[in-house]
Design a protein around this ligand. Structure first.
Ligand code: HEM
Length: 511
C-alpha cells in the first residue's frame, strides 16, 4: 500500500472521528436544552397551579398511579370530595391538566371560547378531519351556524321511524340469542345498532349493517380507528407523529383512515350526482326527507359559498364519530341502571305501555309524553355521563368566583363525571334517584352537563335524546332486564364511558 493512500485513510479517519465527537456534543447539547426546557415548564406549572392543592405527586411520574388498574374514576371521586371545585392532575413531571368539577367553574369556562387542546385534535384529525368537533374560532362559528338547521325538528322528526327500525332489528337479534342463553353482553350490540342508525340518518345507508355484511370493511375500519386513537392518547411513545407513523399501530391507523375516507367520499360523490338529477332543495324535500348529507351539500356560508369536498367529508365523519359511540354508551348504561333498579324499570314500563300499547308504532309526539322515563334517562346520564370529560386550553387568564386564578396556556379537563358525582352539587351522589329531575326541581344551570354547555354544547343533543327514548321504550316493552350478579360492569373512561368487562344483563322476554 502506498504512503499517500495510508495518509489519506488516516485523514479520513480523523475527520470522521471529529464528526462523531461533534455529533455527540450536539446530541448532549440538545438533551441539555430539552431538559432545561422541561425543568422551566415544570417550574412554570408549579407556580401557575400553586393556589390549588392536590394529592402528592411523583416528580417524574406525576399522578400516573391513578391511571393504573382502571382506578381513575374512583380516584377522581376522592379528589372531588377532598379538594373543592378543582385541582391539578400531573400527567408526568412536566405536564399537568387542571381538573374542574364545580358548576360555577364550569359556567365560567364553558361561557368562554378557549380552543380545544392541540394534541387531542392532532390525534383525531386524521380520522374525522376538521369538522365541528375540532374546529376553533371564526371557522367553527361559521360551520356551527351553517349546520344548525341540520338538527331542526323538521329534519329530526322522520328519524324516529329510522331509529325504531334499527332498535327492532337489534331486539329481534336479542330474542333469538336469549332463546339459548338469557345472559347477554349488550354494549357491542347497542354500538352496532347506533352506528346503523347514524349511517341511515347521515347518508341514508340502505339495508341494515346489523344483519347484512356489505359494509363490513367500513365497520372494521371504524372499530380499528376507535381502539388505535385511544391507545395513542395514552401512550407516551406514540405522541410524536413521525415515530407513530413508523409503528405497526400507526400504519394500521393510516390504512383504516384511508378506507373510511374512501367510503365517505364514495357516498358523497354518488349523492352529488343524484342531487344534480333531483334539482333544488325544495324540490328534493317534496320528493323525500332530507338527510344530514343533503343538508351539508345544500348548506351555504353567509357569502353564498358552499362547503368544500374536504369540509363535507369532515362533517360527515364527525357526525359518525360524535353520533354513535356516545349514544351507545348512553343507552347501555341506562338499560343497566334500570336493571339495577327494578322498581324504576317497572314504573317506566307501565308508563310506556299505557302510551304505546304493544309498541308497533312510535311517533315524535309520543317521545314528549313519557315524563318518568325521561327522568330515569336523565338520572342515568348523570350517574354515567357518556362523555365523562372534555378538554380546553386557556387562551387568556381566568379568575374564578372564589378569587383564585389561572394564567393563559393551562390545559383544563372539564370532568362531567366529577361534576355529576360532586356531593356539594348532588346530595348522596351515589344513589340513583330519578326524582332529582322531577318537574320544578331547583338545579344549578351547570350542574347537569351530559351534553356540555354554552355555545359549544352538543349539536346532536336532541337527536341523541330521541334515540335514547326510542331505544329504552322499545326495549322495556319487549324485555324484563336484570343484572348479572357475576359480571358487574366496571366503568372506565375511554373517550366515551364504557365498561372494562362489558355490560352484561339477563333478559326475559315479555308478552
Ligand atoms: C348521548 C349522546 C351524546 C352525548 C352524551 C354527547 C355529548 C357531547 C359533548 C359533551 C360535546 C362537547 C364536546 C367538546 O366540547 O369537546 C359534544 C359535542 C358534539 N356532539 Fe355530541 N353527544 C351525543 C350525541 C351526539 C350525536 C348523536 C351527534 C350527531 C349526530 C353529536 C354530534 C356532536 C358534534 C358535531 C359536537 C361538536 C359541537 C361543536 O363543537 O359545535 N353528538 N357532544
Amino acid at each position: 500500500m502506498s504512503v499517500s493512500v495510508l495518509s489519506s485513510t488516516r485523514a479520513l479517519g480523523s475527520i470522521s472521528g471529529i464528526l462523531q465527537v461533534a455529533s455527540l456534543l450536539c446530541l448532549v447539547l440538545l438533551l441539555l436544552l430539552k431538559a432545561a426546557q422541561l425543568y422551566l415548564r415544570r417550574k412554570w406549572l408549579l407556580k401557575a397551579l400553586q393556589q390549588f392543592p392536590c394529592p402528592p405527586s411523583h416528580w417524574l411520574l406525576g399522578h400516573q398511579q391513578e391511571f393504573q388498574n382502571d382506578q381513575e374514576l374512583q380516584q377522581l371521586q376522592k379528589r372531588v370530595e377532598k379538594f373543592p371545585c378543582a385541582c391539578p392532575r400531573w400527567l408526568w413531571g412536566c405536564e399537568a391538566t387542571f381538573l374542574v368539577y364545580d358548576p360555577d367553574y364550569m359556567k365560567i369556562i364553558l361561557g368562554r371560547s378557549d380552543p380545544k387542546v392541540h394534541d387531542d385534535c392532532r390525534f383525531l384529525a386524521p380520522w374525522i378531519g376538521y369538522g365541528l368537533l375540532l374546529l376553533n374560532g371564526q371557522t367553527w362559528f361559521q360551520h356551527r351556524r351553517m349546520l344548525t338547521p341540520a338538527f331542526h325538528y323538521d329534519i329530526l322528526k322522520p328519524y324516529v321511524g329510522i331509529m325504531a327500525n334499527s332498535v327492532r332489528v337489534m331486539l329481534d337479534k336479542w330474542e333469538e340469542l336469549i332463546s339459548q342463553d338469557s345472559h347477554l353482553e349488550i354494549f357491542e350490540h347497542v354500538s352496532l345498532m347506533t352506528l346503523d342508525t347514524i349511517m341511515k340518518c347521515a347518508f341514508s345507508q340502505q339495508g341494515s349493517i346489523q344483519t347484512n355484511r356489505n359494509s363490513q370493511s367500513y365497520l372494521q375500519a371504524i372499530g380499528d380507528m376507535k381502539k388505535l386513537t385511544f391507545s395513542r392518547v395514552r401512550s407516551f411513545f406514540y405522541q410524536n407523529d413521525i415515530i407513530y407513523g413508523l409503528t405497526p399501530e400507526g400504519r394500521r391507523n393510516r390504512w383504516a383512515c384511508q378506507l373510511a375516507h374512501q367510503h365517505t367520499d364514495r357516498v358523497i360523490e354518488l349523492r352529488k350526482v343524484h342531487l344534480q338529477e333531483e334539482g333544488e332543495m325544495e324540490e328534493v324535500r317534496r320528493k323525500r326527507h332530507l338527510d344530514f348529507l343533503d343538508i351539508l351539500l345544500f348548506a351555504r356560508m353567509e357569502d353564498g359559498s358552499c362547503l368544500s369536498g374536504k369540509d363535507i367529508r369532515a362533517e360527515v365523519d364527525t357526525f359518525m364519530f360524535g353520533g354513535h359511540d356516545t349514544t351507545a354508551s348512553g343507552i347501555s348504561w341506562i338499560l343497566y341502571s334500570l336493571a339495577v333498579h327494578p322498581e324504576h324499570q317497572h314504573r317506566c314500563r307501565k308508563e310506556i305501555q299505557s302510551l304505546l300499547g304493544d309498541g308497533t308504532s312510535i311517533t315524535w309526539d309520543q317521545l314528549d309524553q313519557m315524563p318518568y322515563t325521561t327522568m330515569c334517562i336523565k338520572e342515568a346520564l348523570r350517574f354515567y355521563p357518556p362523555i365523562p370529560v372534555i378538554r380546553r386550553e386557556l387562551s387568556k387568564p381566568v379568575t374564578f368566583p372564589d378569587g383564585r386564578s389561572l394564567p393563559r396556556g393551562i390545559k383544563l379537563s372539564l370532568s362531567f363525571y366529577g361534576l355529576h358525582h360532586n356531593p356539594k352539587v348532588w346530595p348522596n351522589p351515589e344513589v340513583f334517584d330519578p326524582s332529582r329531575f322531577a318537574p320544578g326541581s331547583d338545579l344549578h344551570s351547570h350542574a347537569f352537563l351530559p351534553f356540555s354547555g354554552g355555545p359549544r354544547n352538543c349539536i346532536g343533543k336532541n337527536f341523541a335524546m330521541m334515540e335514547l327514548k326510542v331505544a329504552v321504550a322499545l326495549t322495556l316493552l319487549r324485555f324484563e332486564l336484570a343484572v348479572d350478579p357475576f359480571r358487574v360492569p366496571i366503568p372506565v373512561s375511554k373517550i366515551v364511558l364504557s365498561s372494562k368487562n362489558g355490560i352484561h344483563l339477563q333478559l326475559r322476554k315479555l308478552l
